[in-house]
Design a binder for this molecule. Structure first.
Ligand SMILES: Nc1ncnc2c1ncn2[C@@H]1O[C@H](COP(=O)(O)OP(=O)(O)OP(=O)(O)O)[C@@H](O)[C@H]1O
Ligand SMILES: O=C(O)[C@@H](O)C(=O)CO
Length: 410
């Protein structure tokens, strides 16, 4: 393996596996560190579930993945986090990045969550979504990692005692040599501006020899060209994967995009809203949801806990507690659906997808055609097609579109 990616959640892992595959690299999505040793691909993306766990645990899990990837021969490591920098003042991006910098003995690593195809850009050290500062978007009300500050440098300084630097867009626009020079003088974590894919390609070229890169999925775009130039890889054939059969859509994300997708899909599909207050009170909500899925198994039912941010606060006094209970319920529904023959499974939400994949334990996943920017189709060895959607991604008709792509009809 040449490139080892440590992703802090499952949808993020799928996202970057899709980017690397599209850029011509043979890439495997590895749901567990135990899958690393047997991986024979050029790139292996380890999907951790470290975004929202205690920082110390996230550091340990990331270092464990690092040592497996180094043992597998990786010459470059990429720490992938969310393009909306999902984290709290306590972590986990800063502590994990610091631990990886120290373990790899490198003086500095870039920090670049930019993902222009999905509207995420970094300018003057601030993260934007479209024309809004991150903190002016729905991310401000995220149930677990509310992003109330768009200044990535300031946010990181809460999280780590490491030096936090900045490479501004005017340096990036001077090209890869200027970027490399700026990085050679830097120490610690270096937030780097990037507004479009040309910027990301230049940054990618500049970090060709860096042992560690940190960022969103789009930062990976430029890396396969480096390996190709060094004759470490050749072009990979595009995979043509698809499955047909019963489907289920499970949504545990409360993002603005998921709210719109749920509203859209509900219009012409059976849909069951999980009543979180009743679930927490011990009512038989799980049984009702399962029965609903069985009754509508032929019509690709939607089961969701998605609510708008105002309902989130009034419905649940302890969103962290509710989150774990909801994730368990959704994962159980996925297992039940697969046991009853579902072949296509669409999941909305990074944490939610992580819970589903952990429960399904599908082993290494093959990456198929892209469904939308940041969302590839994924295929298990036992014959299921998965579309695992990051909360904020996808158009309003995403669920229908994903079901069509999985069966090769789009
Ligand atoms: N009604 C609800 N009340 C409280 N918590 C909820 C509710 N619905 C979902 N959750 C929890 O909120 C969390 C949403 O996180 P998840 O990562 O799945 O979605 P997201 O944050 O929108 O996606 P991403 O991380 O990809 O941006 C989950 O842990 C989920 O269980
Ligand atoms: O970067 C993103 O926004 C996604 O890949 C993600 O991390 C999903 O949780």
């Amino acid at each position: 393996m040449i490139l080892g990616v440590i992703a802090d959640d499952f949808t993020g892992a799928g996202d970057i596996a899709g980017v690397l595959t599209d850029a011509g690299m043979r890439t495997a999505l590895l749901p567990s560190v135990a899958d690393v040793a047997a991986c024979r691909h050029d790139a292996g993306v380890v999907a951790l579930k470290t975004r929202s766990i205690p920082a110390d645990d996230a550091v340990l899990a990331s270092l464990h993945a690092l040592s497996a990837l180094r043992e597998a021969g990786c010459r470059q490591i990429l720490f992938k986090y969310c393009s909306t920098f999902d984290s709290t003042p306590a972590g986990n991006i800063g502590p994990v990045a610091q631990a990886l910098v120290e373990a790899l003995g490198t003086p500095a690593a870039i920090v670049c969550p930019a993902f222009p195809a999905n509207g995420r850009t970094v300018y003057q050290g601030h993260l934007f979504v479209g024309d809004l500062l991150l903190s002016d978007t729905g991310m401000r009300h995220h149930p677990i990692t509310p992003m109330i500050d768009s200044d990535i440098r300031r946010w990181l300084r809460h999280q780590t005692e490491m030096a936090v630097g900045h490479v501004a867009l005017n340096t990036v626009r001077q090209g890869s040599i200027a970027i490399r020079d700026a990085l050679a003088r830097a120490q610690g974590l270096v937030v780097i501006d990037a507004v479009d894919d040309v910027d990301l390609m230049a940054i990618g070229q500049a970090v060709a020899d860096a042992p560690l890169i940190t960022g969103g999925s789009a930062i990976a775009q430029g890396l396969p060209a480096n390996y190709r130039a060094a004759e470490l890889i050749d072009a990979a054939p595009a995979a043509r994967l698809r499955v047909e059969g019963a489907a289920i859509v499970l949504a545990g994300s409360c993002s603005t995009a998921t709210n719109a997708q749920v509203a859209h899909y509900r219009r012409d599909h059976p849909a069951y809203a999980i009543d979180v207050a009743r679930l927490l009170a011990g009512d038989p909500v799980a049984d009702e949801a399962r029965a609903f899925a069985h009754d509508h198994a032929d019509a690709a039912p939607l089961i969701y806990s998605t609510v708008t941010p105002d309902r989130l606060t009034s419905d649940t006094e302890a969103p962290g507690v509710a989150a774990a209970v909801i994730e368990t319920l959704i994962a159980d529904l996925a297992i039940d659906a697969v046991a009853r023959g579902a072949r296509r499974i669409v999941v909305a939400g990074g944490e939610t997808s992580g819970a589903v994949v952990e429960a399904l334990a599908p082993g290494p996943l093959r990456v198929g055609p892209s469904i939308a920017p940041g969302i590839p189709s994924l295929f298990t060895r036992s014959g299921q097609g998965l579309a695992l959607k990051s909360g904020n991604f996808g158009n309003d008709d995403f669920f229908d579109h994903a079901l069509r792509v999985l069966e090769g009809r789009a």
